[in-house]
Design a protein around this ligand. Structure first.
Ligand SMILES: Cc1cc2nc3c(=O)[nH]c(=O)nc-3n(C[C@H](O)[C@H](O)[C@H](O)COP(=O)(O)OP(=O)(O)OC[C@H]3O[C@@H](n4cnc5c(N)ncnc54)[C@H](O)[C@@H]3O)c2cc1C
Length: 269
């Protein structure tokens, strides 16, 4: 779905400081039938014509999603923003692992379209996207995934993408074979595979039984690694620990805590 700012809003946007549109940002969309607003993430930011593209999922009992899907071309809706979801900063990280479930992929599509795909931003940072959906049919639509996968195929040293489904993994006709999901959840083994692709992890049993530290392990421990996690709360809880009170981050828990990462390296979107 595409939303376009009215001309007068676009003019004031163009005259304003564009710093507020640094990724990752979202806008609140207001369902004016019930006066409720929810945040949504423009997949590719905002273009010069004031257009923003969204992937909005419709849940059977979801209020705003159903309301938005009922809109037709030319309808006007109220939005508020931009709201910074999490501010990207160049030069901070060697490796960024993005973990998403369901529509939680949308902030990472924005990060890809504005930062990862640009040679001007952190050119030496490696990115991995691990995305999970309940089944192959519930993966994000091909128009969202195709550009991302095409980029990953072209620049595997910059971006790696892996999909996971709870069951029913199948190759999707509209996507390349590399997009065929693995069956299972994103878990410790999946993260270790990303972090230690050569199998040279620093898990407790390796440290216990190894007498010397290999240069690969030294490199691993010095890498500046960031995890961004966005998805359903049970997934966030299992991987990074639950949110704290009043939408605060809460301590790092779950698999990432077991792996030794702390709140400077983990952000729950
Ligand atoms: C920063 C941010 C950015 C977001 N960007 C997007 C985006 O780009 N696209 C998008 O579709 N959503 C996005 N969301 C989620 C969005 O804000 C709403 O929470 C979502 O659309 C559900 O709202 P609703 O009013 O339709 O459903 P609600 O009325 O809030 O929920 C009704 C029922 O729907 C089901 N449900 C709702 N959300 C989920 C879920 N995530 N997983 C499983 N079941 C669920 C539950 O059964 C729930 O009880 C974002 C959220 C945040 C915090």
């Amino acid at each position: 779905m595409t939303l376009t700012l009215p001309p007068e809003q676009l003019k004031s946007l163009q005259a304003s400081d564009s710093g507020a549109y640094q990724p990752i940002w979202s806008v609140f969309i207001k369902d004016d039938d019930i006066q409720v607003e929810r945040p949504y993430t423009p997949l590719y930011g905002i273009d010069n014509e004031g257009r923003m593209s969204f992937w909005v999922k419709k849940y059977p009992k979801g209020e705003v999603g159903r309301w938005l899907h009922g809109k037709t071309e030319g309808d006007r809706i109220e939005i508020r923003g931009p709201i910074t979801t999490w501010p990207w900063q160049d030069g901070m990280w060697d490796e960024v692992v993005m973990i998403s479930g369901g529509t939680g992929i949308t902030p990472f599509v924005q990060l890809w379209s504005t930062i990862i795909s640009s040679p001007d931003h952190s050119p030496n940072t490696r990115f991995t996207l691990l995305h999970s959906s309940p089944s192959s049919d519930e993966l994000p639509p091909a128009e969202v995934l195709s550009p991302l996968l095409a980029y990953a195929a072209e620049r595997p040293e910059r971006l790696k993408v892996q999909f996971f489904v709870d069951q029913d993994a199948k190759a999707l006709p509209s996507l390349p074979p590399s997009a065929t999901p693995a069956v299972g959840r994103i878990n410790r083994a999946a993260l270790e595979k990303v972090l230690y692709p050569n199998g040279t992890g620093s898990s407790w049993w390796r440290r216990l039984f190894s007498t010397s530290t290999t240069s690969q392990e030294q490199q691993n421990s010095q890498r500046r690694v960031l995890f961004l996690v966005c998805g359903p709360e049970p997934m966030i809880g299992a991987l990074a620990g639950p949110y704290g009170r009043n939408f605060s981050q809460g301590p790092v828990g779950g698999v990432l805590k077991e792996l030794g990462y702390d709140s400077t390296q983990v952000y729950k979107l």
